[in-house]
Design a protein around this ligand. Structure first.
Ligand SMILES: Cc1ncc(COP(=O)(O)O)c(C=O)c1O
Length: 370
């Protein structure tokens, strides 16, 4: 069997299945219009300034990009008040998660986080021969920081906190995070995945930037895929104090962030107006969807992201199929052990209105069949 040739840990892994499974691609082609509400993309798209910068950068595609994305690191450093030397960039936050785990986890080391959460922590831990230790989120679907602390032992190397969490959209209070980080034993490093961090609207909420400045043992991961609308470009980054960023710089593949992507990311950081439009629209549409979903009898709480985690009180695998034939891709949550829940990205106003209409029609169709 060819599998015998594979690295042993690879046998435990499955390919990543996104909200838009390959088998659906053909069927999608037959649909007039598809609303992609399963992958938490930005429905308003990238900043026009980023588009212009990327178009310009394409002309220099025959040159390698800047080896370590110095211009982008300088720009981020200026915004956050952090030394550019304390950043590492990569091909999306996915690539950074791989990098962090490959840089810190030895075979047999444990990586602790809550579930449900982003699948890549599990996969990358297995790949390097580590052991994922998964703890159920609290009843209100939040990361259970006390339970994570209790699970730490001599083998623990990393604890990963997805904040806000995907797929639940919840966050933990910043003062609880701060206390948690300061209670970690010296042999444990915290990873704070803030892929959705820009969507947090709580005033004066501390993020990885503040924790880093306070000297806490945290590696923060961010991305340009969500609020900046550059998912197709693949730009992610991490920042941390010297002793944690150095191994990442050593392991990082050269030129991990391509020339066009870096130009887009730099220009996106300059377009505050576009970012504020994105955040305003997301909040407004979230409030509208929550109201409509509740009136349909679903349970849904406010989110700190660009998606909602909804108990739709029905088999969401089946519902996703019905919605798909009407041109909507949503993410059923049975894979996370929540068969009546779906994760639905917040779309444009028009997409959201059509989605609500489709849900009402499906419901009245089901009622008329009884
Ligand atoms: C929590 C979380 N972390 C990381 C990522 C990866 O983001 P990127 O597109 O930058 O690879 C995602 C993508 O959905 C995510 O939800």
């Amino acid at each position: 069997m060819a599998e015998n040739l594979w690295r042993h840990t690879v046998n435990q892994l499955d390919p990543y299945i996104s909200g838009q499974a390959a088998k659906d691609a053909e069927k999608q082609a037959a649909l007039k219009e598809v609303s992609r509400l399963a992958t938490n993309e930005n429905p308003l798209g990238p900043s026009p300034k980023a588009v212009a910068a990327m178009q310009q950068a394409v002309l220099d595609s025959h040159f390698y990009p800047d080896l370590t994305s110095l211009e982008l690191r300088k720009k981020l450093g200026g915004l956050h008040g952090i030394d550019p030397e304390n950043y590492v960039t990569g091909n999306g936050a996915d690539n950074i998660i791989t990098l962090v785990i490959a840089s810190f986890v030895n075979p047999g080391d444990e990586v602790v986080y809550c579930t449900p959460t982003f699948s890549e922590y599990h996969k990358n831990t297995l790949l390097v021969g580590g052991t994922p230790v998964e703890i159920q989120t609290t009843r209100d679907h939040k990361f259970d920081l006390e339970a994570i602390l209790e699970a730490i032992n001599d083998k623990t190397k990393l604890v990963i906190i997805c904040n806000p969490n995907n797929p639940t959209g919840t966050i933990v209070a910043d003062y609880e995070l701060r206390a948690f980080f300061s209670r970690l034993p010296k042999h444990v490093v915290a990873v704070l995945d803030e892929a959705y961090g820009e969507f947090i609207s709580i005033p004066n909420y501390s993020t990885g930037v503040e924790f880093m400045k306070e000297g806490l043992p945290v590696i923060t991961i961010r991305t340009f895929s969500k609020s900046y609308g550059l998912a197709g470009m693949r730009v992610g980054y991490a920042f941390a104090k010297d002793e944690f960023i150095r191994p990442l710089q050593a392991v990082r593949e050269p030129f991990a962030c391509n020339r066009v992507a870096e130009a887009g990311a730099i220009a996106a950081l300059d377009d505050e107006e576009h970012k504020q439009n994105v955040l305003r629209s997301n909040k407004k549409e979230m409030e509208k969807l929550i109201k409509e979903f509740r009136s349909l009898g679903y349970s849904v709480e406010e989110t700190h992201t660009n998606f909602l985690f909804i108990d739709m009180k029905q088999d969401t695998n089946k519902l996703a199929g019905e919605l798909f034939s009407q041109g909507f891709i949503i993410r059923p949550c049975a894979v996370w052990g929540f068969p009546t829940f779906a994760r639905i990205s917040i779309g444009t106003s028009e997409q959201n209105d059509r989605l609500i209409q489709a849900l009402k029609e499906i419901r009245s169709g089901a009622a008329s069949q009884v």
